[in-house]
Design a protein around this ligand. Structure first.
Ligand SMILES: [Zn+2]
Length: 308
């Protein structure tokens, strides 16, 4: 029997408090026998060794059981008008797809498509629960919102280059097979919880904040959170000094506003190896690391990958 054959009732309403889930299971008539209720309503204990934390909301991560298969299943997520390959980890006994959910995703039914041994495909469904992110209104000098034609042209060139970097998908990470997805925090410091914050400058909505800001002094070394390969090093209009790492199968991490970048494209890093330093380059008000984590070309909350 495949692991997907038995739906876990308690997981259908992941955002509801336990008693509400229990009520949902009972229905209006409360017809379920009590022993069954007691068993089904028990929260599923999260395995402490499983990373990232599953949180199926916009900007979160869905972990989907794909069951057994001799070789790693090929899975894809529909994003906009493109099919984007999805990270799959595990072994012949149990494979798991780890799916990044875009901040722009609508709550409701979603699915990935998995190639089957007979050359066809099957769909594996999940539900995106709603999450309301905070909104921040800022009044700033119009010059900082409306770019000059030169700056706008530079920004567009850089955006196209970044899109190519983000499309990186390597089957295997440079350091060997993808094992644990548990990351170490790349730099010590106070971590913001501003992932997903919707920012409105002078009444104009901007892209939501798509990473974690970690406050640290300029020059503080930043370490690789997992083994990885350097796939981009650059100095960009908004992001300043920036490095991208590829950890395999579309799991990428991004480091911005750096004061120094001590690597080149192609370098392979061990987990914990220092490779760049905190700075205040690009559009920032003070030194910090902007840390981004990307799965299937979508930025997800880095907090799901690190110990609290
Ligand atoms: Zn940031």
């Amino acid at each position: 029997m495949s692991a997907t054959a038995v739906p876990a009732p308690a997981l259908r309403h992941p955002t509801l408090p336990l008693f509400t889930r229990r009520a949902a299971l009972l229905g209006v008539g409360g017809l379920l026998a009590l022993p069954a209720l007691g068993r089904d309503a028990k929260p599923q204990p999260a395995a402490p060794t499983v990373w990232p934390h599953a949180l199926a909301v916009p900007g979160g991560v869905a972990r989907l059981s794909l069951g057994p298969a001799a070789t790693r299943p090929v899975a894809q997520a529909r994003q906009g008008h493109a099919d984007v390959p999805v990270l799959v980890v595990g072994d012949a006994i149990a494979w798991t797809a780890v799916v990044g959910i875009p901040l722009s995703a609508m709550p409701g039914d979603a699915h990935i498509t998995v190639a089957t041994a007979d050359g066809g495909t099957r769909q594996v469904a999940y539900t995106v629960a709603p999450k309301q992110y905070k909104e921040q209104h800022l009044k700033v000098s119009p010059r900082t919102v409306d770019l000059s034609p030169q700056d706008q042209a530079r920004f567009e060139r850089e955006r196209d280059h970044q899109a190519q970097v983000m499309a990186t998908f390597s089957e295997q990470p440079a350091g060997g097979a993808l094992q644990s997805l548990r990351m170490q925090v790349p730099v010590p410091g106070r971590r913001s919880s501003s992932f997903g914050l919707r920012r409105v400058f002078n009444g104009q909505p901007r892209n939501p904040h798509s990473g974690m800001d970690i406050a640290a002094a300029t020059g503080t070394p930043i370490v690789a959170p997992l083994p990885g390969k350097v796939i981009d090093v650059g100095d960009y209009f908004f992001n300043g000094g920036t490095v991208w790492l590829d950890h395999g199968q579309g799991l990428l991490t991004m480091y911005c506003h750096l004061s120094s970048m001590d690597v080149r494209v192609g370098d392979v890093l061990r987990a914990g190896e220092a490779f760049c330093k905190v700075g205040a380059t690009g559009r920032v008000t003070g030194p910090h690391l902007h840390w981004g984590v990307m799965l299937n070309r979508t930025m997800v909350d880095p907090a799901l990958f690190v110990p609290a």
